[in-house]
Design a protein around this ligand. Structure first.
Ligand SMILES: [Zn+2]
Length: 336
């Protein structure tokens, strides 16, 4: 996995970050919560931090985070998520020993499970990937309460950006707009011909995959691949938004990821040192355990429980319940 950073950074350097047509929201000057005061967190939450710079040494708890959000002392929230937020939807984590996809995937033609996400193997034999993709057909899985909590964060105008490593697209399905998302490992939202690089309609891709055929380009008959980032491919251009998002964030939520994959893992270090980082995961791994900061909040154990606890502390439980009911109703309507 360490090699991932090597193939990402040259691509990053080669891109023009400030190209035309890009989203300009992140070009705004960083805004300090509380506005009138130079200390990062202020009015209304002084009881938590006391006064002056030394207060930043104080240990924070989930309750404090909830109060910061309620007081709108945190309103530029960056969220990073991984496979752990989708396991409650029934999507197996890739890496869990025993139950994870890499442990369970067996296909006669595949030398080792990771091979199905390697470009060279895909070009040699796309069938195993297509078998796997069939499982990911839109509608096979539904967003869960964690996705809807993030949607609520967006509805309340608090979500600066959601960085996801997941390729299941459930963040979109939950109603979070694409402009708020960085799908760092790509998605099934679009597909491209591996030969002529033309975009290919997703309906064609799914029609082929669901019919156990290899999707091919209508123009050159080359194999069509969804824009999921394989090993050996550059991350999507939108990933560059991190350059502006992280330094201007005033809260970082990290949910359901052990931060083992670069460059995603290093992003957790990119927020200012005064910015609280909330880490919710089954177990502590990655930068937050080996390079902890004084304002980190660790909430380990079942992720749904942890998110529900925060939602409760925020006083959003009823609102979230309503949102889930409304959205689930919409999705069921589409199935009919
Ligand atoms: Zn083509």
């Amino acid at each position: 996995m360490a090699s991932m950073a090597q193939w990402v950074w040259p691509a990053v350097r080669a891109l023009r970050l400030w190209g035309p047509g890009g989203e300009r929201a992140w070009a705004r000057r960083p805004r300090i919560a509380g506005r009138r005061t130079p200390v990062p967190f202020s009015a209304g939450v002084s009881s938590i931090f006391g006064s002056g710079g030394s207060s930043e040494k104080e240990k924070l708890f989930l309750q404090d985070i909830a109060e910061l959000i309620q007081a709108r002392a945190c309103q530029r929230v960056v969220v990073m998520v991984g496979a752990g937020i989708s396991t409650p939807s029934g999507i197996p984590d890739f890496r869990s020993p025993g139950t994870g996809f890499y442990s369970s995937f067996q296909h006669a033609d595949v030398p080792y499970p990771e091979a199905i996400f390697e470009l060279s193997f895909f070009l040699h034999n796309p069938r195993p990937f297509c078998t796997w993709a069939k499982e990911m057909y839109p509608g096979n899985y539904r967003p869960n309460i964690i996705h809807y909590f993030l949607r609520l964060l967006h509805d309340k105008g608090l979500l600066l950006r959601l960085y996801t490593q997941n390729i299941d697209g459930l963040e979109r399905v939950s109603g979070i707009p694409g402009s708020k998302l960085v799908e760092a490992h790509g998605s099934f939202a679009s597909a491209t011909c591996t030969v002529c690089r033309r975009a290919s309609p997703m309906e064609d891709f799914w029609a082929a995959v669901m019919g156990d055929r290899v999707p091919s380009c209508a123009v050159c008959t080359g194999v069509v691949k969804p824009d999921v980032v394989f090993f050996g491919e550059a991350l999507p251009q939108r990933f560059l938004l991190h350059v502006v998002d992280f330094p201007t964030a005033d809260l970082l939520l990290i949910l359901g990821t052990s931060l083992q994959v670069e460059p995603f893992a290093s992003l957790s270090e990119a927020v200012r040192s005064s910015v609280p980082r909330v880490f919710m995961n089954q177990e502590a791994v990655g930068p937050l355990s080996w390079r902890p900061r004084s304002r980190d909040v660790l909430q380990l154990g079942d992720l749904v429980d942890s998110v529900e606890r925060l939602v409760e502390l925020l006083g959003w439980s009823e609102e979230l319940k309503d949102l889930v009911q409304r959205e689930t109703g919409k999705l069921s309507g589409q199935d009919r």
